[in-house]
Design a protein around this ligand. Structure first.
Ligand SMILES: O=C[C@H](O)COP(=O)(O)O
Length: 321
């Protein structure tokens, strides 16, 4: 692919059930493989800081709480603009890097606050939509919610799917709703949240991943953060393999976003190793990889400060929002 040109956005394709029906997923093999990530080849101390800084670039810094306010969103955006304390960046020799998070992710009614707080920073605003987190709203209202968030200035939309369509194997209904959502997104990039903790089997996770990509998703994302089980390594592995299979069949590069319960600097290292081992270095860039996380940045900053100063600051100093 021409490196000067932005790679083509996923155009999707007609529903092709043969790409996933009959695709067996061996849970214990996935669990065994997942268990080797981060143990086989641990990241050397000297490189850890670089990996942690890279994770910051890939964070969708998130607040999705019922008590969100404009003031909280503005604080979050200030953190997204300057995610790591200046003395730590200086200590790392990265003071001029212009480090920011990958995006800020908020509810639709908070988008305008985030857009104005991030003006001039180049940090895009992502918004959940489509009746997040359960998605159990009439389709026309879910599509309207996407158009509202885009109208407010969201450049990325994180949609949720109807889990029932997966649980009943109604792939056409799933495809149709996601394709309609992609159309409603227009130029905004669409991340399809599969809510894998609700999907019962890894086979369903593979199938839902494939349908979402066939329907035009730019990213597939594990979880809303509100399911009983959120991002796990075995589930991520299955989604990544689906993403690779779709890429091999169509030539499109799809992004991956693990989200929900990813909290520590160690998690940041493990998931990046998974991406590198399974897909290669391109999937360590924010155009193809994001972490959905509300609290991980605090621990990363703490570890980076320790790397620079040899001391741990109290975690309250690194509170995110
Ligand atoms: O999409 C992002 C998730 O809602 C964040 O989940 P978290 O609060 O567990 O980090």
């Amino acid at each position: 692919m021409d490196s000067d040109k932005e790679p083509a956005r996923n155009a999707g394709m007609p529903l092709a059930t043969e790409m996933f029906e009959g695709h067996a997923v061996n849970r214990s093999a996935a669990e065994r493989r997942a268990a080797t990530i981060g143990t086989r080849r641990s990241v050397k101390k000297a490189y850890q800081a670089a990996w942690l800084v890279n994770a910051v670039r890939c964070i969708d810094l998130t607040t999705l709480a019922g008590d969100d306010t404009a003031a909280r969103v503005r604080r979050l955006c200030a953190k997204a603009r300057n995610p790591i304390a200046p003395h730590v960046l200086e200590g790392l020799g990265l003071a001029d890097m212009g480090l920011t998070t990958g995006a800020v992710c908020v509810y639709p009614t908070m988008v305008a606050h985030a857009v104005s707080a991030l003006e001039g920073s180049g940090v895009p605003v992502a918004s959940v939509a489509t009746g997040f987190p359960a998605g159990l709203m009439p389709l026309h209202l879910r599509l309207e919610e996407i158009r509202y968030a885009v109208g407010e200035g969201a450049q990325e939309i994180d949609i949720v799917i109807t889990r029932e369509h997966v649980l009943t194997g109604n792939w056409q209904a799933l495809y149709d709703e996601i394709a309609a959502m992609r159309e409603a997104c227009g130029e905004a990039h669409m991340k399809a949240i599969l809510a894998t903790g609700d999907l019962q089997t890894l086979r369903n996770v593979y199938a839902a991943s494939m349908v979402a990509m066939q329907a035009g998703a730019d990213f597939i994302k594990t979880s809303t953060g509100k399911e009983g089980v959120n991002a796990t390594l075995p589930v991520s592995l299955v989604m990544i393999r689906a993403l690779r299979d779709y890429g091999q069949a169509t030539g499109y590069r799809i992004g991956f976003k693990p989200a929900g319960g990813i909290k520590s600097a160690k998690d940041a290292l493990t998931w990046q190793m998974l991406m590198k081992e399974e897909l290669g270095r391109d999937w360590l860039n924010p155009d193809l990889f994001r972490f959905g996380a509300s609290s991980m940045l605090g621990d990363i900053e703490r570890q980076l400060e320790h790397h620079v100063t040899g001391r741990y600051a109290s975690s309250s100093r690194h509170a995110t929002a």
